[in-house]
Design a protein around this ligand. Sequence first.
Ligand SMILES: CC(C)(COP(=O)(O)OP(=O)(O)OC[C@H]1O[C@@H](n2cnc3c(N)ncnc32)[C@H](O)[C@@H]1OP(=O)(O)O)[C@@H](O)C(=O)NCCC(=O)NCCS
Length: 185
Amino acid sequence: MTGTPSTQWQLAWETHLGPEDHEVVGGLLACSYAPTTTVFAPGHSWAGARPELRVLGWQRRELVAHAGVIRRFLRSPAGPLLVGDVGLVAVHPGHQGGGLGGALMAEVRRALTELAVPHGFLTCGPELRPFYERSGWVALTGTDLCSIGIDHRVEHDRRNGMVLPVLATMDSWPAGPLERNGQEI
Ligand SMILES: CC(C)(COP(=O)(O)OP(=O)(O)OC[C@H]1O[C@@H](n2cnc3c(N)ncnc32)[C@H](O)[C@@H]1OP(=O)(O)O)[C@@H](O)C(=O)NCCC(=O)NCCS
């Protein structure tokens, strides 16, 4: 584990998580996403696609922050784009508004660097854009995005895509429509 004295950060691969871990992570996600329509089944720490890697933030043995990452290829007219797709970004409601979300996104960037992906990718509602922009993410506001939602339906442009330059620059991100032929995390 690494991190500040108050928050310990951990990376956990999906196959290293046991049922108790999914209970703990699912508990945090259920709390954090309670104001939204995203639902977590008991004992499940995912709602759509399962991540391959988790970024976990602990304070005094309490899980207070979480994000999930999976590597995948987006389809673009310029060819396949390898991205670290990010989702399930959450801070415990009792710890929100104090910068922990920003610290979590710094750890996500570190994880994406370790995974050696050119770019990070995520989708979010427009109200959350400023939160991610503060951590270096760039909104693809003029780009059509076709994705598969948590409810398994193919959806067009319901949420906007955002990109983080990791090993590549933003200049190398091609223009044109994107297809995420996979379910959002
Ligand atoms: C989004 C989230 C991770 C931010 O965590 P946090 O610890 O509050 O983040 P920080 O303290 O670093 O930053 C807070 C900033 O993000 C903004 N923000 C946080 N949640 C927001 C939301 N749902 N809508 C709009 N802005 C939001 C705050 O307004 C604040 O901005 P300010 O500093 O200008 O006031 C947390 O609010 C959360 O878990 N939300 C519920 C789950 C969720 O919606 N996840 C994102 C799915 S895409």
